[in-house]
Design a protein around this ligand. Structure first.
Ligand SMILES: NC(=O)c1ccc[n+]([C@@H]2O[C@H](COP(=O)([O-])OP(=O)(O)OC[C@H]3O[C@@H](n4cnc5c(N)ncnc54)[C@H](O)[C@@H]3O)[C@@H](O)[C@H]2O)c1
Length: 265
């Protein structure tokens, strides 16, 4: 989608981190925005910042794990802004847990948000984007953990491998409709991801392991605003994959070589 000025972007998890970075980049390119987040106050703070620059922003309290809430988000976005051209299924959560000992609620929560959240976005928006019949793009936020597994992030890896699978399949399904699909594959980004459990559903126990081993990689990570700019570039080019940080190229090459070597026998 080369021409983004005046177009409408919906960003889930738009109140913090990478979602906020996308919002800033899209606003800078003249887009109109819908910020969907469970933290309405955080989305409101981003909206207040961007409105000062003249950007039109609608904030919608949305739990992406709730299909009805995402359906209501889509209805409201089309009703109040008249169109949607870019959907960023970005909201996601993370925690460390061993695969053998991860609690049922840990599995349920990560799959509800990271996998069903993307599914809910696809289900609510794709029929409307098709009916609209204009150029459009969907960006699903995966992770380097969509490609490279990490011990004690196994549940998260399972969800992010799933996001890549859905995203790549969706790209094939929507090509005839002129709707592009990109997968965003960030490495470490300096966000509040290590504090994901702040948004656990009421009544769920907090996993005491949090993100103890990963917190330094996150704090030392990329500026989320740089990730947002990379996403904007990717949207303009209908990039299949958006890699905002190329520093782990050799790690990925070794992983791919392992597949190729095994297959070649
Ligand atoms: N930070 C990293 O190092 C990194 C690396 C790779 C991928 N990612 C991915 O980037 C995405 C954004 O995370 P971030 O790093 O910006 O973290 P973040 O915690 O700063 O932002 C996540 C946002 O999602 C919102 N959110 C959480 N649960 C939600 C729900 N159920 N419904 C709607 N909104 C919800 C939060 O309120 C928050 O505003 C996630 O999908 C994450 O997995 C992050």
């Amino acid at each position: 989608m080369r021409d983004v000025e005046g177009k409408v972007a919906v960003i889930t998890g738009g109140g913090s981190g990478i979602g906020r970075g996308m919002a800033r980049a899209f606003a800078g390119a003249g887009m109109r925005l819908v910020l969907a987040d469970v933290e309405l106050e955080a989305a409101g703070a981003v909206a207040a910042e961007l409105r000062q620059g003249g950007t039109e922003v609608l904030c919608v309290a949305t739990d992406v794990a709730d299909a009805a809430a995402v359906e209501a988000l889509a209805a409201r976005a089309f009703e109040e802004l008249g169109a949607v051209h870019l959907l960023c299924n970005n909201a996601g959560v993370c925690l460390e847990a061993s695969l053998a000992a991860g609690a049922d609620d840990d599995w349920r929560w990560l799959f509800d948000v990271n996998v069903n959240g993307v599914r809910n976005g696809i289900r609510a928006f794709v029929p409307r984007l098709r009916a609209q019949g204009e150029p459009a793009q969907i960006v699903n936020t995966g992770s380097f953990n969509s490609l490279i597994p990490t011990g004690f992030l196994g549940i998260y890896c399972a969800t992010k491998f799933a996001v890549l699978g859905m995203s790549e399949s969706l790209r094939q399904e929507l090509a005839p409709d002129g709707i592009g699909v990109s997968t965003l594959i960030p490495l470490g980004v300096n966000t509040r991801l290590h504090e994901s459990q702040r948004n656990r559903p009421a009544g769920q126990a907090i996993n005491p392991q949090h993100m103890n081993a990963s917190v330094e990689a996150i704090r030392a990570g990329q500026d989320p605003d740089a990730v947002g700019r990379a996403v904007l570039d990717g949207v303009r080019e209908d990039a299949r994959f958006i890699f905002p940080d190329g520093s782990m190229l050799e790690v990925l090459r070794a992983q791919l070589d392992a597949y190729l070597d095994a297959m070649a026998g």
